[in-house]
Write a protein that binds this ligand. Structure first.
Ligand code: CA
Length: 488
């Protein structure tokens, strides 16, 4: 990793005087851009001249997994995806999310904004997740609304935002603007026994592996859409399977895979964070108990097993595109909304931390103009997706979007590489929940226990077992020679 320095700041937020934690990752680069070429290129991509020159907007398919890491080998079981998109496309080695949690990160993906701008701060309605305020404001300006205005046919299937479909925020009747075909999962990731909004109507599913397994249900809806719409207009398809999020449920035919695999014993596995880390990393019990380690290993295996169904999904997408002869004008993006940890710094399992295991996620892209097997090391972010999709469609990025199109990196336009970003912000605001959280794994004697006295002394918000809160320190981190964050 090219990071040379990670500085942790804290500040008083601009709204409600909430405390915010913000990390800035500077990357060492030299600014040597050829300005003339840069300006010409930008003109081509931002003024719509491409259209006048016979530009054909490409189709775009975005596969977004839930909680898939890179640091713990999250891409290793996905052999088909790696062959098709990694060997057949471009791999971004330094892809990060700017907030390590589902709903805030997904809101950043949709709007192209940092958390401090879209203000979806956690997974709750009160934290603005799929809230009425969100629906009345930024949801009307997500990237898909711009693609829709550009005559894209649009399709969504899978998990959306964690609180989507609740009665208090419009129920399943609410269809986010811009989506023609809407197959939205009600609330958080599940594999069985869930409800969907099928274009505004509630459909319940049970536990039949053949009919109900959510990842496969998404697959079953792909073919018809592609056959029907691929010849009519450019299309945008977003596929958001639940894997490998909890409850980590594989289909029966993959339930015995990886039976001898153990979670990676990374250098920081089971290591006590100590006083050099922020206060929450001083709370986990250590060393990890045998019972917790056993649970960690089983979780690791099941996460990989759930990803095998996503691997099938990607292969299916590819084969259908090939069959309908749409590969030549279709980009396939593959990424995740946040990473994950299993035992790092004695944290049993979750996300929500600033460390690489929670913020580094996969990003593979295949499509026209991409040289197969290429690798990009420049840092790209979840806030970049919106600008990138618009750029590919020949649409100028709206001013409110914080992210930057990484189309120049995809297409290896080297003149722009030199002026690429050298820093970014990572933000997370905690949930004000104390006690076990429904839907989150709980381990006897394995969670983090923090007394009310400790809580009060350190800011007052904490979700036990999930290790989140607001840091009240100013800290310097050095990343370059410390990949496990053992000393920083
Ligand atoms: Ca997630």
């Amino acid at each position: 990793m090219k990071c040379t320095k990670l500085e942790l700041y804290w500040m008083i937020g601009s709204w409600k005087f909430d405390m915010y934690q913000m990390w800035i990752l500077p990357f060492t680069t030299k600014f040597l851009a050829n300005r003339c070429v840069t300006v010409m290129w930008l003109c081509l991509w931002t003024t719509g001249l491409q259209v006048a020159w016979g530009f054909t907007p490409p189709n775009i398919i975005f596969v977004l997994t839930d909680d898939q890491d890179v640091e713990l080998g999250g891409m290793e079981p996905m052999l088909k995806t790696r062959k098709l998109l990694e060997e057949g496309g471009v791999t971004f080695e330094n892809m990060f999310v700017t907030t390590p949690l589902c709903c805030p990160s997904r809101s950043s993906i949709l709007t192209g904004q940092y958390v401090h701008n879209h203000r979806v701060v956690n997974n709750s309605v009160s934290g603005n997740c799929s809230s009425q305020n969100w629906q009345a404001s930024l949801e009307k300006k997500t990237f898909i609304t711009y693609l829709k205005k550009q005559n894209y046919t649009t399709f969504y299937a899978g998990k959306y935002l964690n609180q989507y479909g609740r009665h208090s925020v419009g129920g399943v009747q609410h269809i986010p603007p811009g989506w023609d075909t809407w197959i939205g999962l009600v609330q958080n990731s599940r594999y069985y026994n869930y409800s969907l909004s099928i274009n505004g109507k509630k459909v319940k599913h049970g536990s039949n592996p053949r009919k109900d397994y959510l990842t496969n249900l998404i697959v079953s809806n792909i073919s018809q859409f592609l056959k029907e719409f691929s010849q009519k207009s450019p299309f945008f398809m977003m596929l958001s399977p639940p894997a490998p999020h909890s409850p980590f449920t594989p289909v029966p035919w993959y339930a015995k895979n990886f039976s001898t695999k153990l979670a990676p014993r990374t250098p920081n596995f089971g290591v006590y964070g100590g006083k050099e880390k922020h206060w929450l990393l001083q709370q986990p019990p250590h060393p990890l108990s045998n019972e917790v380690i056993k649970n960690i290993d089983e979780t690791f295996r099941n996460r990989w097993r759930t990803l095998l169904s996503v691997d099938d999904l990607v292969q299916k997408v590819f084969h259908v595109l090939k069959r309908i002869k749409a590969l030549n004008n279709t980009y396939i993006f593959f990424s995740s909304d946040n990473g994950f940890h299993l035992g790092q710094f004695s944290l049993p399992q979750d996300k929500r931390q600033l460390y690489e295991f929670d913020i580094r996620v996969p990003l593979l892209v295949r499509g026209p103009g991409i040289t197969p097997g290429t690798v990009v090391k420049k840092p790209v972010l979840n806030i970049d997706f919106a600008a990138t999709f618009l750029d590919l469609a020949g649409i100028k990025k709206p001013g409110f979007m914080d992210g930057t199109s990484f189309v120049p990196l995809i297409k290896n336009i080297t003149s722009l590489h030199e002026s690429w970003r050298t820093e970014f912000v990572v933000e997370h605001k905690g949930e004000s929940v104390v006690g076990p959280v429904k839907g989150c794994p709980q381990y006897p004697n394995g969670g983090v226990k923090v007394s009310s006295k400790t809580l009060k002394a350190n800011g007052g918000t904490l979700m036990v077992n999930d290790i989140i809160s607001i840091v009240h320190h100013v800290v310097d981190f050095i990343l370059t020679s410390d990949p496990g964050f053992l000393t920083n």
